[in-house]
Design a protein around this ligand. Structure first.
Ligand code: ZN
Ligand code: ZN
Length: 269
């Protein structure tokens, strides 16, 4: 849930230092969003679970986009090396320019990385779609998508299953005073709304054009769309635990029930 770069250390231990990775369970179906450094620990947990259950892992891995902080954990996702496992990777920001397969392949090319994308022994598929399309990764699961305002583009997601909804909206920049209509439509009445809260409003003026938003803008969007629980996410790596405590307190005062994302956080919509 960190933005930009992992930031391990004593000052970030409570909120966590790994970059974006989200696990969503819809009944027996497993959806994973982004492959930041957090996906390494997810892989370890999934491998144990699969071994105990005696069945392979079958999952969709959906990318908001392919900036390094959202893909760099991929080669260290141990479940991709399990020959019986099956992963469907997809992204919505590249169809007009590149393919997800080629972009991830570029990352895993010597001398940037020693082993190629083909090293994964799981059954892998790579799909490019257009942000705005709906997807149905499994029975009864609808994934709605929307384009975000980010350099090189990004995709926001809304997962609907069993009458509940989770929205994952990172990385995106807002225009002050002009709520993003496409995000408002995507998150309308959602149970959980996870949002790019890299900065505070005070910091934002110095970061216009960087592609990120603020926790206060997330609260405004959550109010306007009638969201139940707002989850600020993608914290600036420079925001240590003490700073994040202040953000959490301010967010709670601004919108009671707000849950600032931290490593290992489990939410049930
Ligand atoms: Zn990011
Ligand atoms: Zn980005």
């Amino acid at each position: 849930m960190r933005g930009s770069i992992a930031c391990p250390g004593a000052e970030t231990a409570r909120y966590g230092g790994n970059t974006s990775c989200l696990e969503v369970r819809c009944g027996d179906a497993l959806l994973i969003f982004d492959a930041g450094t957090g996906i390494r620990e997810l892989g370890a947990a999934l491998d144990i679970e699969a071994k105990e259950a005696g069945r392979p892992i079958d999952a969709d891995l959906l990318f908001t986009h392919t900036h390094l902080d959202h893909v760099c954990g991929l080669p260290f996702f141990s479940s991709l090396y399990g020959a019986d496992n099956r992963f469907r990777l997809a992204a919505g920001h590249l169809e007009s320019t590149r393919s997800l397969h080629d972009v991830l392949g570029d990352m895993m090319t010597p001398p940037l990385f020693p082993v190629p994308l083909g090293i994964f022994s799981a059954d892998m598929s790579y799909t490019d779609f257009t942000s705005g399309e709906n997807r149905t990764p499994g029975p009864g699961i609808t994934v709605r998508t929307a384009p975000l305002n980010h350099p090189n583009e990004a995709t926001g997601y809304r997962v609907e299953f069993g009458g509940r909804s989770i929205c994952y909206v990172t990385d995106t920049e807002h225009v002050p005073g002009q709520p993003n209509e496409s995000i408002l439509a995507l998150i309308d009445g959602a149970d959980l709304f996870i949002y790019d809260a890299t900065y505070t409003d005070d910091e934002f003026a110095g970061h216009v054009g960087w592609g990120h938003s603020t926790w206060e803008e997330g609260a405004r969007l959550a109010d306007a769309a009638g969201v139940k629980t707002y989850v600020p996410f993608h914290h600036d790596p420079g925001h240590d635990d003490n700073f994040m405590d202040q953000v959490a307190a301010a967010a709670e005062a601004r919108r009671p029930g707000t849950v600032v994302a931290r490593e290992g956080l489990v939410l049930r919509p």
